[in-house]
Design a protein around this ligand. Structure first.
Ligand SMILES: *Cc1c(COP(=O)(O)O)cnc(C)c1O
Length: 433
């Protein structure tokens, strides 16, 4: 088997996500034969550093020996069981651990099998919880440039035109409030003020505010100060509005703390986790919520007050085994503390981009780095050019328009990290004047 053969068979039968398939008339599909730590290897032995953690999911490398062993162990006892009326040891242990790790006051875990589905769960739960308390609140508020996934409900509360515009007539009601312009305290306070104005006008109609804490991912790796979270949480409480923290991307150490909400010292009404939850192995997501929300559904059997939501693969046992193994590694390797050294190194590496004319801004939040370019038209597809240039140098990055970002697995060595940033530097040199 070789690269060319797999690629051409692929193009006969597949339709790839987030892709204009005609591009592949000229850009080859990259077939991957195996994964090994931060490396992806094709069928001819060429290795590429996965500097975006395979769409932000991988934490401890591909084919991590410990996680592999734990999934295999689970595979020989139970692969999956229905979660309605049944349970298994892995999911009980995982839920106990998540409740303990997450901000104080989150006591209940509701599972789904991908990020967008978990967003749907939280939106429905929030709306329904208010309804159970005889309040009709049919509006959700999210931030400008937010991204919460691509199923219709999740798309409705997102604000990335590229994904949303076409489907606008199909979407549910939502309002956007400005996100903080930058990482300063002033920008955070200004944005919180705008949200307060919105609450004063329409607070009683609003079910929840949904935010991506500290880093707005797919909207362009925009970053902001934790004070925005504490301010908006306080305002939500005052107006009886739920606070939904979408930590699908930022959870599990991406921003430097286990959960981003910790940096603002808040307990959201809903905390949504997915991507890093299984270390990047298997699809799984969870919505953690409070006893107050749980209690608003708890009563003698009454279909209209029960949360009748389900997915076939909810709480899959293999995925739970991968998640428990991932949490084992966080405990045994003191990951959050050790990542601080890597974070300092990233800060050092980012300095080399300040000299470029076409670099508008360089930013970092924990283990996420972004280099924003300016002066390019969307039609120039500068992100694609940078991607292709880096691929030639053995580094996989996938810019969001003109925002180049690096979000590697935590197990990357310092030499490998240097390789990643050098490849990006060379790519920018090739286009900067
Ligand atoms: C990826 C992502 C989602 C959607 O998760 P999927 O598993 O891709 O459906 C939602 N919110 C945020 C912040 C994300 O980064």
């Amino acid at each position: 088997m070789n690269n060319r053969e797999i690629s051409s068979r692929d193009l006969n039968v597949l339709w790839h996500p987030c892709t204009q398939m005609k591009d592949h008339e000229t850009i080859p599909i990259v077939p991957i034969a195996k994964g090994d730590g931060v490396y992806l290897e094709d069928f001819e032995g060429n290795r590429t550093i996965d500097a975006i953690s395979s769409w932000w999911v991988n934490l401890f490398g591909h084919c991590n020996p410990y996680i592999n062993a734990k999934v295999i162990e689970q595979l020989s006892t139970l692969e999956h069981v229905i979660l309605a009326g049944f349970t298994h040891e892995g999911i009980v242990r995982l839920s106990e651990r998540l409740v303990k790790l997450s901000p104080e006051g989150l006591t209940r875990c509701f599972y789904a099998d991908n990020g967008s589905s978990a967003i749907e769960v939280a939106l429905k739960m929030s709306y329904h919880s208010h309804k159970n308390k005889a309040q009709e609140r049919g509006l959700f508020v999210s931030l400008s440039e937010s991204y919460h996934g691509e199923t219709l409900g999740a798309l409705s509360v997102g604000d990335v035109a590229l994904y949303k515009e076409t489907y606008e007539p199909l979407l549910i009601q939502s309002l956007q409030t400005p996100s903080p312009k930058n990482q300063s305290i002033e920008a955070a306070q200004e944005a919180a003020k705008s949200f307060e104005k919105l609450l004063q006008e329409r607070g009683h109609e609003i079910a929840a505010l949904i935010v991506e804490p500290l880093v707005q991912g797919a909207g362009g790796m925009k970053m902001y100060h934790p004070i925005f979270l504490s301010e908006t949480k306080r305002l939500c409480e005052r107006y009886g509005v739920h606070f939904i923290a979408d930590e699908i991307l930022v959870g599990f150490g991406r921003t430097g703390s286990m959960f981003a909400c910790e940096q603002a010292d808040i307990t959201p009404d809903f905390l949504i986790l997915s991507k890093g939850l299984t270390g990047g192995y298997l699809p799984l997501s969870v919505v953690l919520t409070t006893e107050a929300v749980y209690g608003s559904f708890y009563c003698d059997y009454n279909p209209s007050r029960s949360f009748l939501h389900s997915h076939s693969y909810t709480g899959n046992a293999l995925a739970c085994a991968a998640a428990n193994a991932t949490l084992d590694i966080f405990e045994s390797d003191d990951v959050i503390k050790n990542n601080r050294v890597t974070m300092d190194l990233i800060a050092q590496e980012l300095k080399r981009f300040e000299k470029f004319l076409k670099v508008k801004e360089v930013r970092q939040c924990g283990m996420i780095a972004a280099i924003e370019l300016e002066g390019f038209e969307p039609s120039e597809r500068i992100g694609l050019k940078i991607h292709q240039h880096c691929m030639k140098n053995g580094v996989l990055i996938r810019p969001l328009g003109s925002v180049i970002y690096v979000m590697t697995p935590y197990v990357i060595t310092h030499d490998e990290l240097k390789t990643v940033f050098s490849a990006i530097e060379k790519a920018i040199e090739s286009i900067d004047i």
